[in-house]
Design a protein around this ligand. Structure first.
Ligand code: ADP
Ligand code: MG
Length: 701
């Protein structure tokens, strides 16, 4: 903080100055109007700029010594009110602090103690609102007189002596009278640095804040806020009693909200010109896709889908109050070592409000949110946000999604469709927003992906959850000389480029020209900073479907649905995929800065959805969505019924052995390994039971 005030104020000169301020700025009459509505309204909120314009030096003094200046202002307001309102006490709150009062949590130092500062952050934890004693009333056990004692801190402080009989605390007893004591509502919060301000995977630092009175209870975990307040030290208590080390906490004076993800990214007129210029030329979508994780070779269509995810579809509020999400959820499933984690990390750094998390998260809140009662709440319940809530209005990149806890598993259903999470536990019932897109990655349960088996069988995620992803990309590691050579060359060259960046000059024997050429291949076409601006800009566009796009998507949907006709009970795709087409084509239009969703957008969506479906949902040349989202494909269901029939028709009472089952099943062209698998499945589903080892019977229902 570069400023300092030249004038030093004492209590009297402070009060006089505030008086002049309130009179000159007309805020005095505003305070009187406000006091009419007391106690419903009890805060006078003033932008800092008004004080600064009134007297820059006086304003600086406020920033430097808020502990003196703010109470003086509140006292002055109280004195200005008509005499019959002397019981009214109005909070004086200041917003819009100057840029040099804005300090990153990680840069807070002892020199900031006692100063008025402005902290930007993401709310991780917030306690329930509970009253705290401000002024405690005590009855003296000796003389019955009432003494008052102002309270600070967590422990109750009794009077030193009775105000009437002057008996000291040791000679009498003080009994608290709750009814005539005064209280204030309190809430404790914890904010953490916003992820976009962090460099290269640094862990976000955190700060605790105390919120008092009418503004407590408005903050929820996941909110993006600016907290203005006084930074104070809190003495730690170590094992040997009081310590000389201090914790820092913020006594919050006012809270400002960051509504939109794009508020945080500054876009200048020059930027807009550049964005428009670039969007009008060439194949913008391809170039953006190529800027995503360029060191990773291949995955062209996946990267194109990632680009669409960054732009997002249009979220809609219908007349009947329903909300349709615009966020696009993508899942990557596949063999180990195929750069899934790498891609996720890159996306989390690229996306505005992006967060990288692992399904195996160790915090209490996990991926979603939780109510906990721990030290932080000092006796209150605390609501803590997990990754998906922290990524509100951004992208949550969740690696090892299949490893998430059962608690998260059930909460995920709600989050992925309605984009909220409700927590109801003890005193807390809260609904938190989690309007994020999810980019998940999961590994196959048995290490490697098998072509013939259902996705639902191979990854440890419930089918109902899988069906909520707009797209599921299966990545398979199949040796292929031509492709392997390309990948190997790419990886090796990328490593050499990396080595080259470590040395000032390449050794003689290595051609500088060659390495320069290689470096161009792994260099992103657009850097992250520009892409973030691009994303923020296009998110403000809300494109509308043209008739042509509507009929293209409709035709495609019906074409695929038709494959199911005359094909027994197979369902090729459902209305969920129809919505995926819409979201993807809207995102595509945004990417082109177009206000209408046109032919090429619908075409792109159809191409990408077709690509992912063809890889996951095809069985004998026929699309079957149950291969992804159901627990059995159409043909499997038929097989299951055959097996059940075989067991049912077996000699009653004795059951049937697994060998007999598979021998019988061979007649229906079900091989023995498939029979065994289906028997396992039926056992798990509770349709069959094992009488004795290897002998089965049907469960009678
Ligand atoms: P996964 O999470 O799928 O198991 P990782 O993201 O941990 O895989 O990737 C393993 C390593 O292999 C990473 O260092 C990654 O850079 C490299 N790698 C895998 N596939 C590619 C590729 N197509 N291009 C470049 N590097 C790759
Ligand atoms: Mg991995």
């Amino acid at each position: 903080m570069a400023y300092s005030s030249t004038i030093q104020y004492n209590e009297e000169s402070l009060t006089t100055r505030w008086e002049t301020f309130f009179n000159d700025t007309g805020l005095r009459s505003q305070a009187i109007i406000l006091s009419d509505r007391y106690p419903e309204e009890r805060s006078l909120t003033v932008p800092f700029s008004i004080i600064d314009r009134f007297d820059a030096d006086f304003a600086n003094y406020l920033l430097e010594d808020p502990a003196k200046s703010l109470p003086a202002a509140e006292k002055t307001i109280k004195a200005m009110l008509p005499p019959e309102r002397h019981a009214v006490s109005i909070n004086f709150r200041i917003t819009g602090l100057p840029a040099d009062s804005r300090i990153d949590i990680r840069n807070l130092r002892s020199k900031h103690l006692g100063k008025f500062v402005c902290i930007e952050g993401l709310v991780r934890k917030a306690t329930e609102v509970r009253p705290r004693l401000m002024k405690a009333a005590f009855r003296c056990a000796r003389c019955d007189a009432v003494s008052y004692e102002e309270q600070e801190g967590v422990n109750l402080r009794e009077p030193m002596e009775c105000s009437e009989c002057a008996k000291a605390a040791g000679a009498t007893k003080f009994i608290l009278i709750p009814e005539i004591s005064t209280y204030v509502d309190t809430q404790k919060v914890e904010v953490q640095e916003p992820p976009e301000g962090l460099r290269g995977g640094a862990q976000p630092e955190r700060l605790e804040g105390f919120i008092l009175d009418d503004i407590s209870g408005r903050i929820a975990p996941g909110d993006r806020v600016v907290l203005n307040g006084t930074l104070t030290g809190m003495q730690r208590t170590g094992p040997q009693g009081k310590s000389t080390l201090f914790n820092i906490v913020l006594q919050v004076n006012s809270v400002e909200y960051r509504e939109h993800e794009y508020d945080e990214i500054q876009i200048t007129a020059d930027d807009i010109e550049k964005i428009k210029d670039i969007a009008s030329k060439g194949d913008i979508m391809r170039e953006i896709a190529a800027s995503i994780s360029p060191t990773i070779y291949g995955f062209d269509i996946e990267k194109e889908a990632f680009a669409l995810q960054l732009f997002g579809g249009v979220s809609k509020e219908m007349q009947d109050g329903t909300r349709i999400r615009g966020d696009i959820h993508i899942l990557l499933v596949g063999d180990p070592g195929l750069a899934k984690s790498q891609l996720l990390r890159y996306m989390s750094e690229l996306a505005p409000r992006g967060i990288y998390a692992s399904g195996k998260s160790s915090s209490a809140a996990g991926l979603t949110a939780a109510a906990v009662k721990d030290e932080f709440g000092e006796g209150r319940w605390t609501l803590e946000a997990g990754a998906l809530v922290l990524a509100d209005k951004g992208i949550a990149c969740v690696d090892e999604l299949d490893k998430m806890t059962d608690y998260d598993r059930s909460a995920m259903h709600q989050i992925m469709e309605s984009q909220i999470i409700t927590v109801a536990k003890a005193g807390i019932t809260a609904t938190l927003q989690a309007r994020c897109s999810i980019l998940g990655a999961a590994n196959p349960r048995y290490g490697r992906f098998e072509d013939e088996q259902l996705i639902g069988d191979q990854i440890d995620l419930p089918p109902a959850l899988l069906s909520r992803f707009d797209m599921i990309f299966v990545l398979q590691d199949k040796p292929n000389v031509a492709i392997d050579r390309n990948i190997a060359t790419h990886i090796l060259k990328a490593h050499r480029v990396g080595e080259g960046r470590k040395v000032d000059k390449l050794p003689e024997s290595i051609s500088t020209k060659t390495v320069e050429a290689e470096s161009r291949v792994v260099e992103p076409r657009f850097d992250k900073e520009f892409l973030r601006k691009y994303i923020s800009y296009v998110k403000r566009i809300n494109p509308v479907l043209t008739d042509e796009a509507i009929s293209m998507i409709e035709e495609e949907y019906l074409r695929i649905r038709k494959m199911g006709e005359g094909n027994g009970a197979s369902v090729p795709i459902t209305a969920r995929q129809l919505e995926a087409y819409v979201r993807l084509s809207e995102a595509s239009a945004r990417g082109r800065l177009s206000r209408t969703v046109e032919h090429e957008d619908a075409e792109r969506a159809i191409r990408i959805v077709g690509y992912y479906l063809s890889k996951v949902a095809r069985e004998g040349g026929v699309l079957d969505i149950d291969r992804i989202a159901g627990d059995m494909s159409h043909s499997q269901r038929a097989h299951v019924n055959i097996i059940l029939d075989i067991v049912r028709k077996s000699a009653a009472g004795e059951g049937i052995s697994i060998d007999e089952i598979s021998a019988e099943a061979e007649r229906y062209k079900i091989d023995s390994s498939e029979s065994r698998r289906l028997v396992e499945k039926l056992l798990k589903a509770g349709e069959l039971f094992e009488m004795k080892s290897g002998v089965y019977k049907v469960v009678q229902k």
